[in-house]
Design a protein around this ligand. Structure first.
Ligand code: NAD
Length: 497
């Protein structure tokens, strides 16, 4: 199996251990049943950097057996034991932060500085849920008529299937694994086929931290549909947690229906970024750069539609154009790069298609560097002004460094434009008026709002969307509830009343 680039990276980082390349089943690393392997590409060059075990539906029964067998014992461990293990994993991730950052950049492409930030964000979920593991509570109540006592307890839901995307190859995993383990669940993790290495290395770190066999099982596959369907049909699986596109999420909700599985869905966004006439425009430009360019725009919380008041639109557009022109597009491993490649050529072509369609509908290209870059997946930033709402880009999640500006005249019009989408993950608002802030936060149809900042992600905050952006929340004290079931016992009071 090809390991050359990974080996090269390894030699540059002290203590680097090459990620395992098999499937993790019941504590053992092994090949897929058919012996197939899945190539992993460097998005900056298109070169194969490694190959990992490519699981097929025939491997599903083994991981299911392992997760189900480990559940009784793991769910019976003390909260403090689970907390200690998560805390050890947090420390290990911090110690090995540089190694993980290099891996993320290698398989996903983002600049190293951003990969380092992702490792910090990912580790935070381990620390947060180490802290939350010991705070799961129940209630005790006297029935209103006094005839009974109601005891309410929270118990782990059981073995969970976790399906994650490629855009944050480590953080999207710890955001699910940490609360699941804290709650006492066992898991089967299926990472995105583009970015299996960070997931495998994370599983390796968990194993080293002493995680019992079968509590976390990992398998990668080039054919996610049949494998995931097979696991969802197994009556021992109790929950599905998915992060990815709305289209796949919808399909998986259908597949989860026959088993009446509990489901958490973190799906796509179409974030509005509202700049009102009283906004601090410089701060709005700063926030826009962060909300648009983080992860090369390949983030579910990326600002997708800049909705700007007529009075400040020209200043905002000029400021943003200047910042976009300053971007250095290049491989994520080059410290000068501020913008890496997109995940692949397909995503690049998709973004270019959206730009072309908008321009054909009459959008004004202010920054339009075209697609030239050091490789096929690179895209230089684009800024389109006065985008007509009929353009496809107004409805689609762009997932690239393309900023689309829409202008508005009244507050009502701005808010209506912001809500004119089936998505409802995040919205951003720039205003210095407190009353307007509250009106906007209350009116916006989304699960999260960034006020005068272009960033909302935090392990201590409930991340998630409304409308077609999903079900449930990740992070905060709410995130662990997704992995807990409520049980209630009614105790007859005659014996002790
Ligand atoms: P995707 O839906 O194509 O893939 C996500 C995961 O689903 C991958 O693991 C993939 O292998 C798997 N998958 C694909 N087809 C499947 C099928 N038929 N059955 C079962 N599993 C299947 O999404 P992506 O391109 O990897 O990620 C980008 C999307 O993820 C964007 O829409 C983005 O907004 C969304 N996202 C959302 C959040 C959030 O928290 N809301 C966070 C990150 C990304």
């Amino acid at each position: 199996m090809q390991q050359s680039v990974i080996d090269t990276v390894g030699r540059q980082i002290s203590g680097f251990v090459c990620p395992p390349i098999g499937m993790l089943v019941g504590g053992e690393w092994r090949e897929a049943r058919g012996g197939a392997s899945l190539p992993v590409l460097d998005p900056a060059t298109g070169e194969v950097i490694a190959a990992v075990a490519d699981a097929s539906p025939e491997d599903a029964a083994d991981v299911m057996d392992a997760a189900a067998a480990a559940f009784p014992q793991w769910s019976a461990t003390s909260p403090r034991q689970r907390a200690a293990l998560l805390h050890d994993a947090f420390l290990a991730l911090q110690e090995r932060a540089e190694e993980f950052a290099q891996l993320i950049t290698l398989e996903m492409g983002k600049p190293l500085a951003e990969s380092r930030a992702e490792v910090g964000y990912a580790a935070d979920f381990l620390r947060w849920y180490a802290e939350e593991a010991v705070r799961v509570t129940g209630t005790f109540r006297t029935a209103p008529d006094g005839t009974a006592r109601h005891l309410t307890l929270r118990q782990p839901v059981g073995p969970c299937l976790l399906v994650t995307p490629w855009n944050f190859p480590l953080a999207m995993i710890t955001r699910k694994v940490a609360p699941a383990l804290a709650a006492g669940c066992t898991v089967i993790l299926k990472p995105a086929e583009e970015t299996p290495l960070s997931a495998l290395q994370f599983a390796h770190v968990l194993t080293e931290a002493g995680l019992p066999a079968g509590v976390v099982n990992v398998l990668n596959t080039s054919r996610p549909g049949p494998l995931v369907e097979t696991i969802l049909r197994d009556r021992r699986i109790r929950k599905l947690s998915f992060t990815g596109s709305t289209e796949v999420g919808r399909r998986l909700l259908e597949s989860a229906a026959p088993g009446v599985l509990r489901a958490s869905m973190e799906l796509g966004g179409n974030a509005p970024f509202l700049v009102f006439d009283d906004a601090d425009v410089d701060a709005a430009v700063e926030g826009a750069v962060a909300a648009k360019l983080r992860n090369g725009g390949q983030s579910c919380v990326a600002a997708n539609r800049f909705i700007v008041a007529d009075e400040v639109a020209s200043r905002f557009v000029d400021g943003l154009a200047e910042r976009l022109r300053d971007q250095v597009v290049g491989p994520g491993t080059d410290p000068r790069s501020t913008l890496g490649p997109l995940i692949n050529e397909r995503q690049r072509d998709r973004a270019v298609g959206l730009v072309d369609d908008a321009v054909s509908h009459g959008a004004a290209p202010v920054v339009h560097y075209g697609t030239a870059g050091p490789g096929d997946a690179f895209l230089k930033p684009v800024l389109l002004d006065r985008v007509p709402p009929a353009a496809e880009i107004a409805r689609e999640e762009i997932f690239g460094p393309v900023a689309a500006v829409y202008r508005f005249s009244t507050e009502q019009e701005g808010l209506a434009l912001a809500n004119a989408t089936e998505s409802g993950l995040v919205g951003y608002v720039y205003t210095q008026d407190l009353n307007r802030t509250i009106r906007a936060v209350e009116a916006m149809e989304c699960g999260m709002v960034g006020v005068n900042r272009g960033y909302v992600s935090d392990a201590s905050a409930p991340f998630g969307g409304v409308k077609q952006s999903g079900l449930g929340r990740e992070g905060s004290e709410i995130g662990i509830q997704e992995y807990l079931e409520t049980k209630y016992a009614s105790i007859d009071a005659r014996g002790f009343a």
